[in-house]
Design a protein around this ligand. Structure first.
Ligand SMILES: [Zn+2]
Length: 208
């Protein structure tokens, strides 16, 4: 058993942006998602602690989760960005990645191509398990640290509800199955969602 990682929430500074998280685990510094946040302040804090970010896990391609991705690559050129192989193509498609809602026209700059590594459904990366949770998007993923009952559930499961199923590649039936799978995790599992607060799985109750 390793030390339980402390999951640090990086609060968004845009009302429509998702949470991002930072945690150290098994000698790697990880971020999950890269929404809008106070980039200078976070970079300063990381620099103060001499923390390089090794991995950035992307749950899905909506712009509120990837807005600062390129800035993070620039600040940490050796970083590896992990995204599901089927979600990756949407990084290049501004008509799908909702960047238009933020008055942007985002597609990933080709010079960062070597930083991107795709994973497959049910892969395990540095002891972090991928849980495929279609519904909000078709290849949306949650990241599960099994030995410490920690699950980063993004736009699939929130503390009081589930994610939207009215966007491109959504599927409400798939969402039901994904939620049922997540509720199979141990009840003491701590959930870290893409929006709003964290909660213990056993305290989350809503109809779906
Ligand atoms: Zn989303």
């Amino acid at each position: 058993m390793t030390f339980k990682p402390t999951i640090i929430k990086i609060k968004p500074n845009h009302k429509q942006s998702a949470n991002s998280y930072f945690f150290s685990y098994k000698n790697k510094n990880n971020m999950v998602d890269a929404g809008f946040f106070d980039f200078e302040k976070i970079t300063e804090t990381l620099n103060d602690k001499s923390w390089e970010i090794h991995n950035l896990f992307i749950t899905h391609w909506h712009y509120d989760h990837i807005a600062w991705m390129e800035k993070i690559i620039e600040a940490h050129p050796n970083i590896t960005i992990y995204i599901h192989e089927e979600e990756r193509i949407f990084l290049d498609k501004s008509e799908y990645n909702l960047s238009g809602h933020f008055a942007k026209n985002f597609s990933l700059n080709a010079k960062y191509i070597n930083n991107i590594k795709t994973f497959k459904t049910w892969d395990i990366i540095d002891w972090i398990k991928i849980i495929h949770t279609p519904g909000h998007t078709v290849w949306c993923s949650c990241f599960y640290i099994e030995e410490h009952n920690i699950c980063l559930t993004w736009d699939t499961l929130f503390a009081t509800t589930h994610g939207r199923t009215d966007l491109v590649t959504w599927n409400s039936e798939a969402m039901k199955k994904s939620l049922a799978n997540l509720f199979e995790l141990p009840p003491e599992t701590m959930i870290y969602p893409g929006h709003a607060r964290s909660e213990k799985l056993c305290n989350i109750k809503f109809e779906f």
